[in-house]
Design a protein around this ligand. Structure first.
Ligand SMILES: [Mg+2]
Length: 605
């Protein structure tokens, strides 16, 4: 399993390139976007590891962390997008079709597709329909029907001897939080527990087995073996497969389906689906229309969010902080892309922006004494606390209070109590930022366990997990769900661990500066006296553990499943940000292609 662990944590995530198809020409939007960003490396918004801080005192030639840091223009590279989304005006998505026409057509198709559930005569047909809808990212229109179908399938005996069908059933049920035993795969094994030779040529079956097995939980060594087995045979046949199976195998070997951003995978599958022998043209047309209609909504949100950020960022003297609002939106979008979660998406994007601002304030701008005062004010959370603060922090503090007030205003009367949960989560985040600052300024080397405890909170993930729920509906954001998210256990802890450890592996590979606080990798090396390779393998294994925890949470939290699913969704953004030990957020230029494909390029009918 060691090899699997290593490979997966380091797998590449394909980023759509910037080459215009068929022309070989480098595409660009505006000359100002073509910048080189070689001077500074900034990490994913959750956290600036010390080695990334542009104001890093060692890199500035200053001797001590306690030196007063003067206000200065930001050293972070400028926004890749500038005012692009503020100025962007959507042309009709498809020049010859109005939005009204598209909506009406989509509604007709949706009704037609609903009828397909009843037309299915076997569980296998039902499974394949659900899989298609999920793969094309249109399943959110058929949630009730899908749940009904999967419930009935779980209760029905399933005797298929087809590996693809058994694995598909296993994956779809587990994804939906149903318990399904790994013994299902024993029918493909011999008396010694080895997989039968006859399935080694079944590429589709092996791919399904591979993707299903990644829903493993702790103690399911058989599934880990299944991954190794499937990987080995898929790798040996990958060059002899036909389109589109070859493409699907290559992507999965890169990153298993359960860790892939669904909307990016959907874009691939929309272009491949027509080549599937059993494809349904109504489903394909609906998928394209739905993607384009949603894209229009996302563009409106990006415009509004960019305006909101511009007001905040330019007027409050926060130029020391990263200017990454479009990337914040992308991150929020990985939790939910559906129309009904527009409010939640906007609130979460703003919460991520708050994480960036606060993190940068602690790491880049404030002196240790200012960090202490800032935290004190955040814990008090009352306007009178501004007297503790220097002018630049007064402005930020009031602005933060206002943003929380804005959240409250956006919620219905019976939802307003949720704001207390995010305020508490923000206060916990702040305390942990201060702890890191104390360690850094004091030159203290924490124990691995202590470092992980603090730095996982500082990843911002626990705060984001609570924030993720705030704008959602009553069916998901219940008081129990908010309490669960606040407790930072299972799936939320897994979210924080994946974020922290993948970030730390990136930072470690980049190298650190003399005065940097130690990351989990460095703490592990010094505490256990091991090599960097051993420490990185250990951190990789902790990432794998976290995925198992996330998978288990889906099965164990039936009543909280909708909340758990969103947290797992957002966890899958980490391979995009940190895959291949590269920090795509640091060089946010690297996310430009993904952002263009998701939000700017219509899927043509
Ligand atoms: Mg930080």
């Amino acid at each position: 399993m060691a090899n699997v662990t290593w490979n997966v944590a380091r797998c590449h995530v394909p980023h759509p390139g910037n080459i215009v198809p068929g022309t070989g020409r480098q595409e660009h939007f505006h000359p100002r976007f073509i910048k080189t960003f070689s001077k500074y490396r900034t990490p994913f918004p959750f956290h600036i590891s010390r080695s990334n801080r542009p104001g890093n005192l060692a890199s500035m030639g200053m001797a001590s962390c306690n030196a007063n840091v003067p206000e200065r223009p930001s050293d972070f590279h400028r926004t890749v997008w500038g005012d692009f989304f503020i100025n962007y005006s959507s042309e009709p998505l498809q020049a010859w079709k109005s939005e009204e026409w598209m909506t009406e057509r989509a509604n007709q198709l949706k009704e037609k597709i609903s009828g397909l559930f009843e037309a299915c005569t076997t569980p296998v047909e039902q499974l394949k329909l659900v899989d298609t809808l999920q793969h094309l990212s249109i399943d959110h229109h058929f949630n009730k029907q899908i749940l009904t179908v999967l419930s009935s399938i779980q209760d029905t005996e399933f005797n298929s001897t087809c590996l693809h069908e058994v694995a598909l059933r296993f994956r779809l049920l587990r994804q939906q939080g149903f318990r399904v035993s790994l013994d299902e795969f024993n029918r493909f094994k011999d008396e010694n527990g080895n997989f039968n030779v006859h399935i080694t040529n079944d590429a589709r079956g092996l791919l399904s087995l591979y993707n299903a097995a990644y829903l493993f939980t702790h103690g399911e060594a058989d599934l880990e073996e299944a991954i190794l087995f499937a990987r080995q045979h898929l790798e040996s046949m990958r060059n002899n497969l036909e389109y589109p199976l070859a493409q699907q195998v290559n992507r999965a070997l890169h990153l298993p389906l359960s860790r892939t951003l669904r909307r990016i995978e959907a874009l691939h599958y929309i272009s491949e689906y027509k080549a599937e022998p059993t494809h349904n043209s109504s489903i394909l047309e609906f998928a394209k229309l739905d993607f384009d209609l949603l894209q229009r909504l996302h563009l409106k949100e990006l415009k509004a969010l960019s305006r909101w950020w511009k007001d905040l960022y330019s007027e409050e003297g926060l130029a020391y902080s990263r200017d990454r609002v479009v990337e914040c939106y992308l991150w929020s979008y990985t939790a939910y892309y559906e129309k009904e979660y527009s409010r939640a998406r906007m609130i979460l994007a703003k919460i991520i922006a708050i994480i960036i601002l606060t993190d940068d304030t602690y790491d880049v701008r404030a002196t240790l004494e200012e960090c202490r005062k800032f935290n004190e004010a955040i814990q008090r959370w009352e306007e009178s606390a501004i007297t503790l603060l220097p002018d630049y922090l007064k402005k930020l503090y009031l602005k933060l209070m206002n943003i929380f007030k804005e959240f409250e205003d956006e919620l219905k009367p019976n939802e307003k109590y949720r704001v207390a949960f995010i305020r508490k989560a923000f206060q916990v985040l702040s305390s942990n930022y201060l702890q890191e600052a104390e360690w850094c300024h004091g030159g203290y080397k924490p124990r691995f366990k202590d470092q992980v405890k603090v730095s996982t909170v500082c990843s911002g993930a626990p705060f984001a997990a609570v924030g993720l729920l705030v704008g959602m509906g009553d069916d998901v954001a219940t008081k129990e769900a908010l309490e669960w998210a606040t407790s930072c256990t299972d799936a939320v802890k897994a979210f924080a661990d994946v974020t922290r450890f993948m970030n730390d592996l990136c930072s470690f590979k980049r190298g650190k500066n003399k005065n940097d606080v130690d990351s989990s990798v460095e703490c592990y090396i010094s505490e256990h006296g091991v090599t960097a390779d051993v420490a990185c393998a250990k951190i990789d294994s902790l990432v794998e553990d976290a995925w198992k925890t996330a998978n288990r949470a889906r099965i164990e939290h039936n009543e909280l499943l909708p909340a758990v699913q969103r947290v797992v969704n957002i966890t899958t953004s980490m391979p995009l940000m940190y895959g291949n030990n590269k920090d795509a957020f640091t060089f946010s230029d690297g996310l430009k292609g993904v952002i263009k494909r998701l939000f700017l390029e219509p899927v043509l009918l």
